[in-house]
Design a protein around this ligand. Structure first.
Ligand code: PHE
Length: 342
């Protein structure tokens, strides 16, 4: 009798915990517990072994238990019904639930536009790692040991291994392409870069760049100017004015910075252009012979130009955005104002 009671208890627990991912859990339950080979049935069969003086009491317990199992079955039948409606009650002609369409990030829109303009001039896209070594980010680019750009203030070094750093510009990708030794080279390198700068309306510790590189024989500064001139006209319209100012970069000689006439005030002078009528959009120059030689290219035979621009800056000018922090805040109210994704 003790044995039978403990079997009943075990089975009760099994019934309480019953779960089936069968299409029809109620039927699975019936077969397992109540059917002719079910465990409740076989427990009832034990009655014949119960001592006569206990039969009355045991019969009562068993009957109650059977009722408990049957109730559970009834319960399952009703829940099953609304959980898994019969297949033929699904109306397949009903329209589906539409998924809301997102929109592309303004930085992506502008990056794609920049890339497509240069692709039309025959530039191919090249990409590289965001964690770089000193050679690709600095040394190969003719940045002397003591150059301020190497200062810990500007560069994020990897703490486990200070020989590694987050790239500070995508010029590192250009080094990697030059080292492949396949000439001519005509590439643009879009990508995210990192600098240890105080975050403000005009600067961030990470931003996006597109850098370009063209190396062949007889590439001249005139080619550089014409290429960039084509780019700004395609990007901002034919009315845009351009000027080049002499500048300095360790990896180019001569070097220049390019300004465009201020899109906000049309060149009259405003806060954005600091009342000069001009805004700087990129750095450029003829690739320094040392850089070519560092990358195994004969600087007597080949020449080239390079340029680099920040995508955030171009986007701010194009859409008249005054604070670049908004690009990384993920505020949907801001992000959805731009061209839709499709
Ligand atoms: N690498 C420079 C920067 O990140 C941009 C640049 C590229 C300037 C190529 C000249 C030539 O500021």
């Amino acid at each position: 009798m003790e044995n039978l009671l403990s079997q009943i208890n075990n089975l009760k627990e099994e019934i309480n915990n019953f779960y089936s991912d069968d299409k029809n859990p109620a039927e699975a339950f019936r077969i397992k517990f109540l059917g002719s080979h079910g465990s409740v049935k076989s427990l009832m069969g034990e009655m014949k072994n119960v001592a006569p003086e206990n039969k009355r009491e045991m019969g009562k317990v068993l009957n109650e238990f059977k009722l408990f199992a049957e109730n559970k079955w009834e319960e399952l039948k009703t829940t099953t019904d609304d959980r898994a409606p019969a297949t033929d009650s699904i109306d397949l002609s009903l329209p589906g639930d539409a998924l809301p369409i997102g929109s592309r990030h303004p930085i992506s829109i502008v990056r794609n536009k920049i890339v497509s303009i240069f692709q039309r001039l025959g530039f191919a896209v090249a990409e590289g790692p965001e964690i770089e070594d000193d050679w690709h980010n600095f040394s190969a680019l003719n940045l002397p040991e003591n150059h301020p750009a190497r200062d810990m203030q500007d560069t994020f070094y990897v703490s486990q291994n200070p020989a590694w750093m987050l790239r500070t510009h995508t010029s590192s990708v250009q080094v990697r392409e030059m080292e492949k030794g396949k000439l001519p080279i005509r590439i643009i390198c879009p990508g995210r870069v990192y600098r240890n700068e105080t975050i403000s309306a005009r600067a961030h510790c990470f931003f996006n760049q597109v850098e370009g590189l063209y190396i062949a024989d007889n590439v001249s500064f005139a080619d550089l100017k014409q290429t960039l001139y084509f780019f700004v006209q395609e990007m901002f319209g034919k009315e845009i004015k351009v000027r080049f100012r002499p500048s300095y970069f360790p990896f180019t000689e001569p070097s220049a910075e390019m300004d465009i006439s201020c899109l906000i005030c049309g060149g009259v002078g405003c806060n954005v252009c600091k009342h000069t009528g001009w805004v700087e959009i990129l750095g450029c120059g003829m690739v320094h012979p040392n850089v070519l030689e560092n990358c195994g290219i004969d600087s007597k035979k080949y020449s080239g130009f390079a340029f680099g621009m920040g995508i955030e800056r171009i986007t701010m000018l194009k859409y008249q955005i005054k604070d670049l922090r908004i690009f990384s805040e993920n505020d949907v109210r801001f992000l959805k104002q731009f061209e839709s994704a499709v």
